[in-house]
Design a binder for this molecule. Structure first.
Ligand code: ZN
Length: 620
C-alpha cells in the first residue's frame, strides 16, 4: 500500500526549473524576478511572453496562452498530459510508473490468505479448548484471569508442540504449502519444505477492523525464546498498520469518544473482560501514523497507558513524535490495493498519557483495582504535561548543565504547540523551571521553530494544508457540491494554472452534475493525475457545510479570489514587459502591449479590481 499524496506531478515541478524547460525552446532574458521572451505559440517580433519562476508559470499577452511547466510541454510538443509528464519526469530523474490495474488473481489470492488464517485460528482455538497438551495453556490463561468467555470472543488458541500440525491440517483442507507459507503460518526449511511457525504457544489472532484474521501473535509457554512471536508481514498484514482488538473496540471507542492504547495482548483482553471495551493494543511496536489515522476515524481522544519505567517514557516519546508528525499532515488520501478506501483529514488529536504506578501492568491493575484504572485514565495528563514531568524528574535543576538539558529537551515540544494561549502557558512554565526570562524562552522556542520549519520543508513528503492552492479548493468545492459543476463559469478552465487541475476540471464537466461523485471522478482518472484527484478528494471533507443557496455564492467567491490573484499577476507581469519595451526604445513592442490593455481593463472591470495605479501610470 503506497501513500503518495505528494504526487509525481509535485515532484517534477519541484525538481525542474520552468526557466530551464522553457528556456530550451525560447530565448529568455531576466527582468527582475521574471524572465521574458518571444512567445513560441504565436508569431511576434517583440516579447510579450513572460515566465515567473517563483510560481512556475508562464503567460503570453499576445495570444493569451499560459499555464505551468506541463502545459508548456503539452502545448509546444503537442503532447497529452501523460506523455508531457513522462518526458519531464525523465528529465527530472523522477521515476514514472505506468499505472497497472489490479489483477483479479491477486484479489482471490488475498481472499485465500484470509481463509487460511481464519481456519488456523479455529484450529488453534479448538486445540486450546480440547487437546490434552493444551492443559498448560489453559492453566496459564486462567492464571492471568482470562475467563473462557474471552477465549471464544478473541478466538484465543493453542499451537501444539509439533513441527507440522498446522501444515498438515491446512493441507488437509486443500491449501497449497506455498499459500500457507505466504500466510506466515509456516517457515521455509533450509533443505526444502516447511515447518510450523507457532509451536507450543498461546496464540492471539490479530484481526482487522472487519474481523478478518490477518496475522497471529504467539506467546511462549515456559521459557521458550522469543517470548512473543508475531506473524511476518504478508499481503494481508502490514506491521504497524493494525491494532489488536480494533474489531471489538471500535464501537466502544466511538461511543465513549476515547481510545485507550496499551502494549500487550493480555492487557487488552483483560480490559475488555472487565468492561473497558475501548482498549486496543499495539503489536509490540510504538504507535505508528497508521494507528493514529485508524483511531482518528473514531475519536479525537487517545490515551496511551504506559508502564512507569523509562521504556514507557521512551515509548511515549516515540508515540509523541508520531502523533506530532501525523497531526501536522492535515489530509492524507489513501488507497488499498488500488482502490480508494477513503481520505483522512484534520487529524487534530487530543492525546493524553496515563502513567501506571511503578511495577504495575495494566492487566493486573485492571483485575485488582478497576476503580483505580478508571481514575488513572480519567486523570491522564496531556502529552506536554507528561514531558514536563518526565524531563524534570530526570534532570538536576541545581546545575547549569541540568537546566540547559531541560531547556533543550522541552523547547522542541513547546515549539510544536499550535494553540497560542497554551503555548504561552508552557513557555512561562519552562521559563520558571530553568530560571530564564519568558522572553529568552520565547526567543529560544522561535529559533527552534524556524530551524524545524526549514528542516521540514526539506524532508516533508506530504503537502501541508497551507500550501493548498485556491484553485484546488475550487475543485474540492465542486466535488463536495456536484450541482455547482453546471454553474461554474465557462472560462473557469483558463483560471486554472495547474495543468492537472485543468485535466480534472474537464473530467468533472464530462461527468456533469448528475454523474460527478468522488468515486466516479477517480475512476475516470489515471495515475498520476489520479493521485492529484485523491488529494482533491481529501479536501472534500474540509469544505464548509452550505445551504443550497449559499453554494453558488461560495463558488463565485472562490473564483473571484483566483481571478483577483491572477489579475494582480497579469498586471505586474504586463508592466514588466511594458517597462522593458519602453527602455529598449521598442516602439512596436510598446504598441503591441498597449493593445492588450483593453482586455486587461475589461477583466479588471469584470469584478471588483485590486488597488492598482498601473493604468493611470502608463497613460500619462
Ligand atoms: Zn503568444
Amino acid at each position: 500500500m503506497v501513500n503518495r499524496s505528494r504526487t509525481i506531478i509535485d515532484e517534477v515541478k519541484d525538481r525542474l526549473d520552468i526557466v530551464d524547460v522553457v528556456g530550451s525552446r525560447v530565448e529568455l532574458r531576466r527582468s527582475g524576478r521574471n524572465f521574458t521572451g518571444r512567445c513560441p505559440f504565436h508569431e511576434e517580433k517583440t516579447p510579450s511572453f513572460i515566465v515567473n519562476p517563483q510560481r512556475g508559470s508562464y503567460k503570453c499577452f499576445g495570444c493569451g496562452k499560459g499555464g505551468d511547466i506541463i502545459s508548456f510541454l503539452m502545448e509546444s510538443e503537442k503532447l497529452d498530459f501523460k506523455d508531457a509528464l513522462k518526458q519531464l519526469a525523465e528529465r527530472a530523474g523522477v521515476q514514472y510508473e505506468e499505472p497497472k490495474p489490479a489483477a483479479p488473481e491477486e484479489e482471490s489470492a488475498h481472499r485465500r490468505l484470509l481463509e487460511i488464517n481464519k481456519l488456523a485460528a479455529r484450529f488453534y482455538n479448538h486445540l486450546l479448548l480440547t487437546s490434552a497438551d493444551g492443559a498448560q495453556a489453559r492453566a496459564y490463561l486462567e492464571g492471568r484471569g482470562i475467563e473462557r468467555a474471552a477465549w471464544e470472543t478473541w478466538t484465543l488458541g493453542y499451537a501444539p508442540n509439533s513441527w507440522d500440525a498446522t501444515l498438515t491440517f491446512l493441507r488437509g483442507r486443500k491449501y497449497r504449502p506455498e499459500e500457507i507459507l505466504a500466510a506466515g503460518l509456516t517457515v521455509e526449511r533450509t533443505g526444502g519444505g516447511h515447518y510450523d511457525r507457532f509451536r507450543e504457544r498461546i496464540v492471539f489472532p490479530i484481526r482487522d477492523r472487519d474481523g478478518n484474521v490477518v496475522a497471529f501473535g504467539g506467546r511462549a509457554m515456559g521459557d521458550a525464546k522469543p517470548k512473543y512471536l508475531n506473524s511476518p508481514e504478508s499481503p494481508v498484514f502490514t506491521k504497524g498498520a493494525h491494532l489488536y482488538g480494533m474489531d471489538l473496540a471500535q464501537g466502544n471507542i466511538k461511543y465513549e469518544n476515547r481510545a485507550v492504547v496499551v502494549e500487550g495482548y493480555v492487557d487488552a483482553v483483560v480490559a475488555h473482560a472487565s468492561g473497558f471495551g475501548n482498549v486496543v493494543a499495539t503489536l509490540g511496536t510504538a504507535l505508528t501514523p497508521a494507528h493514529v489515522r485508524m483511531l482518528s476515524k473514531l475519536t479525537r481522544n487517545v490515551c496511551l497507558a504506559l508502564d512507569a519505567d523509562a521504556a514507557g517514557d521512551m515509548a511515549a516519546m516515540r508515540g509523541w513524535e508520531v502523533l506530532r508528525d501525523t497531526v501536522r499532515q492535515r489530509y492524507i488520501p489513501f488507497k488499498s490495493r488500488g482502490r480508494i478506501v477513503g481520505s483522512q483529514r484534520d487529524l487534530e488529536m487530543n492525546v493524553r498519557i496515563a502513567r501506571l504506578p511503578r511495577g504495575e501492568d495494566p492487566d493486573t491493575l485492571i483485575r485488582q483495582d478497576p476503580e483505580k484504572w478508571r481514575e488513572l485514565i480519567a486523570n491522564a495528563r496531556t502529552v506536554v504535561d507528561h514531558f514536563f514531568e518526565t524531563v524534570r524528574e530526570g534532570a538536576n535543576l541545581q546545575t547549569p548543565e541540568g537546566r540547559n538539558q531541560v531547556l533543550s529537551e522541552l523547547t522542541p515540544i513547546v515549539s510544536d504547540i499550535g494553540n497560542a494561549i497554551e503555548k504561552a502557558h508552557y513557555e512561562s512554565r519552562l521559563a520558571q523551571l530553568v530560571g530564564l526570562s519568558e522572553q529568552d524562552v520565547r526567543n529560544e522556542v522561535a529559533r527552534r521553530r524556524q530551524a524545524a520549519r526549514t528542516r521540514r520543508t526539506e524532508v516533508s513528503s506530504l503537502t501541508p494544508v497551507q500550501q493548498v492552492a485556491v484553485e484546488d479548493m475550487v475543485l474540492a468545492l465542486l466535488l463536495r457540491y456536484p450541482r455547482l459543476v453546471a454553474e461554474a463559469p465557462e472560462d473557469l478552465m483558463a483560471d486554472l494554472e495547474k495543468s492537472q487541475n485543468r485535466e480534472i476540471f474537464a473530467r468533472m464537466k464530462e461527468l456533469g452534475p448528475e454523474g460527478l461523485t468522488g468515486e466516479a471522478l477517480i475512476e475516470s482518472l489515471q495515475d498520476p493525475i489520479r493521485q492529484h484527484g485523491l488529494v482533491l478528494l481529501g479536501l472534500v471533507d474540509t469544505q464548509p457545510e452550505l445551504l443550497s443557496n449559499e453554494q453558488p455564492e461560495e463558488l463565485r467567491r472562490r473564483v473571484a479570489l483566483i481571478r483577483r490573484r491572477r489579475l494582480q499577476d497579469l498586471i505586474a507581469q504586463h508592466s514588466v514587459l511594458l517597462r522593458e519595451a519602453t527602455e529598449m526604445g521598442d516602439q512596436a513592442g510598446v504598441r503591441a502591449l498597449l493593445e492588450s490593455v483593453p482586455s486587461l481593463v475589461g477583466e479588471v472591470r469584470a469584478f471588483d479590481p485590486p488597488k492598482s495605479t498601473y493604468f493611470k501610470d502608463t497613460r500619462s
